[in-house]
Ligand binder design. Structure first.
Ligand code: ATP
Length: 250
């Protein structure tokens, strides 16, 4: 079966620094695929290239077999690739529902005409409310986004990405900055999404990664040194030597 997402020979340099060095991997339909690696390995740069905010120097990205390498972020989102954005993209003065609805409008790249907007508003709000519920924020529709806790803002980011009804969701450090209870809620949320869509997860919390991921790819200095199940990655001598040995302590 054609993978949900295929990355082939992705290469990107910043001046002399090769940050993506011929990266290739597949994400199956419904798979949660984590990308791990030490600080500066190039994880965020990889996510930027997948989402379309950064153009690779070489290589290809295929979504369901279709080459999306040269498509804009909006075009990728319309085809089913969504990325959870950082909290800074949340508009504090608007409600949770308005944040999601606005993001759907903006990301789908639609140029709304006034009359059309009225007709589509209710469908848009329904879609936004559904996404909030899927992200565990049912009942928070009318709360001002600025009053949400840090963990709830993280959930709102995920709701914004889910509102695009993606086939592939890119999650960039969803647990960053969250406390114990908040991260447990986010873990439940991500675990609940598993199997319903494909997820590419970048996360520093190794316990979470090893608990959630179907497969893990390990990035070191821009190169993928291994891809496999959590057990295979844990046992991989090269991975332990390059990175995991001290960190995971498994
Ligand atoms: N726009 C840029 N211009 C120049 N260098 C950059 C740029 N973006 C990232 N880098 C460099 O590329 C390397 C990889 O950065 P990246 O943020 O992708 O790594 P990372 O694995 O996500 O790191 P972390 O785990 O610390 O978030 C780093 O050395 C970084 O300094």
């Amino acid at each position: 079966m054609t993978p949900a997402l295929s990355v082939r020979g992705l290469t990107k340099s910043f001046d002399a620094l090769k940050v993506s060095d011929g990266i290739s991997f597949d994400v199956a339909w419904g798979e949660l695929h984590a990308i791990i690696g030490p600080n500066g390995a190039g994880k965020t740069t990889l996510i930027h290239q997948l989402s379309g905010s950064l153009a690779p120097d070489a290589g290809r990205i295929l979504l369901g077999g279709h080459d999306i390498t040269r498509l804009s972020m909006a075009a990728r989102a319309r085809r089913g690739l969504a990325r959870s954005f950082q909290i800074t993209s949340i508009l504090a003065g608007l409600t949770a529902l308005e944040n999601v609805a606005l993001a759907v409008q903006a990301r789908s790249g639609s140029s709304f005409r006034f009359l059309r907007q009225v007709a589509r508003e209710s469908a848009l709000n329904d879609q936004a409310a559904e996404a909030l519920a899927a992200a565990g924020l049912a009942g928070a529709e009318d709360r001002s986004a600025g009053t949400l806790s840090h963990g709830e803002k993280r959930q709102l980011e995920i709701a914004i990405a889910l509102a695009m009804q993606p086939k592939v969701l890119l999650l960039d450090e969803p647990l960053a900055g969250t406390g114990h209870r908040e991260s447990a809620a986010l873990l439940d949320l991500i675990a609940g999404l598993k199997g319903r869509l494909s997820i590419v997860l970048i996360e520093h919390d190794m316990e979470a990664v090893f608990a959630l991921a179907d497969r893990i790819s390990v990035l070191v200095y821009g190169r993928l040194i291994a891809t496999g199940t959590p057990d295979a990655i844990r046992a991989d001598a090269q991975v332990r030597a390059a990175y995991l040995g001290d960190e995971e302590g498994a």
